[in-house]
Design a protein around this ligand. Structure first.
Ligand code: NIG
Ligand code: FE
Length: 418
């Protein structure tokens, strides 16, 4: 089937090289008016001046965009979609001055979500995740990375990843599965008779080989942070992950500086995420590497932390910056990706063009899909979002609003009725 997307107020194409944009390249954003897009099956076939495109495709089914804005579907390269109950009690604790790591030391935080997830069946987790991913999609996200990481035992991590596999079949979204067995050291390995070394051995010797054998994940991720995993432990775990054929991601320098960004660059990780506490050396290492710096301003906002990641310094040094939601029950329970763009402009001091590129092209690069999605250009997957705005500068402007009217993934309607 051939679709012709016509009569948009603007078509933001993000067109350019099929790779992460870095530094000043992030400011180049192609915005077309009086243009149309042709979709043949799953892929974009043509983009160009309205009259010429219409004349060349007289039999296409017209999708009237009714003077709304069409852009690539957003690529959320860092949410944690598989969890049980919300953790609203921690929000009040933090408000009263108890920090994120202190809550974890008391057995809350990630440990609380682990206890909860372990008690739930695969079916139950699937039923909880499905509407949450639909809510992400409702704001214009068409590609969603989905992490395990609240199981922290062989069975519970596999259970989480199998839920992601079922979600891939049940939803029209593009889902990218990530194994995050190294999200925490589970409490039962933090005290005698068991040791953290035994848990790391479990990840390396049992979890990773089984995840790879069942083809359950594309990426492996780790929370590399003082009090959680050290950089030496990350080297061991990510080295094993790579040998199993997985691509690499790190939660890096989120709260305290630990050299995790430097490690990500050194080992050629696809992305280093968070970076609110990245050092000067870490910024330089990322700028000189192919690792995408993924920033999650919603997390620092929700945690009430005074310091956001040094986005300007990263871009000005020549790094590739992506934005993501970090959707999770502890530090960023938002499904609203356009709100993250608002934070990127107001808190990270990105221009609108930089924020849009960070949420599309560079998000796609952060999940290894820069040649497939994130652009409205011939050959790319027809992953599109239609917003009830006239001008792209309105996307971060109406903050917290819900302006997404419809999305298409691989040319098929994924959200909304249009
Ligand atoms: O990206 N920092 C580690 N992981 C998540 C938070 C997980 C949680 O608190 O449940 C994050 O912020
Ligand atoms: Fe995270």
């Amino acid at each position: 089937m051939t679709l012709l997307f016509d009569n948009a107020s603007q078509i933001v194409t993000c067109a350019g090289a099929p790779r992460a944009r870095r530094g000043a390249e992030m400011r180049d954003l192609e915005v077309l008016t009086d243009a149309a897009v042709v979709v043949e099956g799953e892929r974009i076939a043509a983009v160009g001046p309205r009259d010429a495109v219409r004349a060349a495709h007289p039999n296409a089914t017209v999708v009237d965009c009714a003077r709304r804005l069409l852009m690539p579907g957003l690529v959320d390269s860092h949410p944690h979609g598989i969890f049980g109950k919300p953790r609203h009690e921690e929000q009040e604790l933090r408000g009263a001055g108890v920090g994120y790591m202190e809550i974890a030391r008391r057995g809350g935080g990630i440990h609380s979500s682990v206890r909860d997830l372990r008690a739930r069946s695969e079916d139950e987790l699937f039923s909880l995740a499905l509407p949450r991913l639909r809510r992400l999609a409702a704001h214009g996200t068409t590609t969603v990375e989905v992490k395990s990481g609240y199981g922290l035992s062989l069975d519970d991590e596999l259970k989480s990843l199998r839920v992601i596999r079922r979600l891939q079949q049940a939803l029209p979204l593009r889902l990218v599965p990530t194994f995050l067995g190294a999200h925490e050291i589970p409490l039962e390995y933090r005290a005698a008779p068991r040791t953290r070394g035994e848990y790391i051995a479990l990840i390396v010797e049992q979890m990773l080989p089984q995840v790879a054998a069942e083809g359950l994940a594309t990426f492996a991720d780790i929370f590399c942070e003082p009090g959680v995993y050290t950089t030496d432990e990350a080297r061991i775990i990510l080295g094993a992950a790579r040998r199993c054929g997985l691509q690499l991601k790190l939660h890096a320098d989120e709260l305290e500086t630990a050299g995790a960004a430097e490690l990500a660059a050194e080992i050629g990780a696809t992305s280093a995420d968070h970076l609110a506490a990245v050092s000067e050396a870490g910024i330089k290492a990322l700028a000189e590497s192919g690792t995408v710096a993924t920033l999650l301003p919603g997390t620092m906002l929700f945690l009430g932390r005074p310091r956001q990641a040094p986005a300007r310094a990263l871009i000005d040094a020549g790094a590739s910056v992506a934005l993501a939601s970090d959707f999770n029950p502890g530090t960023s329970p938002t499904v609203n990706f356009p709100l993250v763009l608002t934070l990127a402009v107001s808190q990270l001091h990105l221009s609108v063009s930089e924020a849009v590129v960070a949420a599309t092209v560079n998000g796609a690069a952060a999940v290894g899909l820069a040649a497939d999605t994130g652009q409205i250009a011939p050959g790319f997957s027809a992953d599109l979002a239609l917003y009830d705005i006239d001008d792209i500068r309105e996307l971060p402007y109406w903050y917290g609003d819900h302006r997404c009217l419809a999305t298409w993934v691989r040319g098929v309607p994924a959200h909304g009725v249009w």
